[in-house]
Design a binder for this molecule. Structure first.
Ligand code: UDP
Ligand code: MG
Length: 203
């Protein structure tokens, strides 16, 4: 069996010719992606331009329980693209803004203590309908009620220590991404596997 590696560098016709001779799915894929991208560019669109971005925060308890890899793996296996990721220490000021809807609740001081116990990892994920997809993967707020198969349902037992924050609407996602990332920390790339994740009419 012949195996070949190609570095995709925007040469659709050359790749089509090579794939004809070598007959590998990989060449066919690269050729189609290259054609697709050049057609989209001509139309003024680009594959992935209709994708959403959403914000996820891996909470301090997740970091302290060594669950970072497990949680990130779920998002990556789903096909969400990591557009930004960093570790940062939160403080009460940013949490008062981020959890403005909860500042008057009796548990708010405990929430601040929990969210500032160690640095968190903030992640910007990209994909079609990413906000709803990530919320569904996250599960109900109280981990004990969260469905098995969801992140909270599988990794948590608490209403407060519930593994991750996830934006709840595209509008809030836009505000939250700006809250935690500088524009130059968000990267606008597309993975080579894009055509394996979506059909052309979904992109
Ligand atoms: N929270 C809590 N007690 C409550 C409700 C919420 O400690 O009764 C915490 C919990 O960590 C939750 C966060 O506050 O994730 C934000 O609450 P929200 O209602 O926005 O839930 P989420 O969007 O995280 O599911
Ligand atoms: Mg919320």
């Amino acid at each position: 069996m012949r195996t070949s590696i190609v570095l995709y560098c925007g040469m659709p016709r050359a790749l089509t010719c090579i794939s004809h001779y070598l007959n590998t799915d990989f060449f066919v894929f690269c050729s189609k992606m290259a054609n697709f991208e050049s057609k989209s560019k001509k139309k003024g669109t680009f594959p992935g331009s209709n994708m959403e971005q959403t914000l996820v925060i891996l909470k301090p308890s997740t970091i302290r329980r060594f669950l970072v890899g497990d949680v990130l793996t779920r998002f990556q296996h789903k096909g969400l693209i990591i557009s930004g990721i960093k570790m940062m220490q939160l403080d009460e000021t940013i949490l008062r803004e981020h959890y403005a809807h909860l500042v008057d609740r009796p548990f708010f001081p405990d929430l601040v203590e929990s969210m500032t116990a160690t640095p968190v990892i903030v992640v910007c994920l990209k994909g079609k309908d990413a906000v709803a997809v990530v919320r569904a993967m996250t599960g109900s707020t109280n981990s004990r009620n969260a469905a098995p198969g969801t992140i909270r349902g599988d990794f948590g037992m608490s209403g407060q220590e519930n593994i991750v924050h996830a934006s709840d609407s595209p509008e809030n996602a836009a505000v939250e991404i700006k809250r935690f990332f500088h524009p130059d920390e968000i990267f606008d790339y597309l993975p080579c596997a894009l055509r394996l994740l979506y059909a052309p009419d979904e992109l």
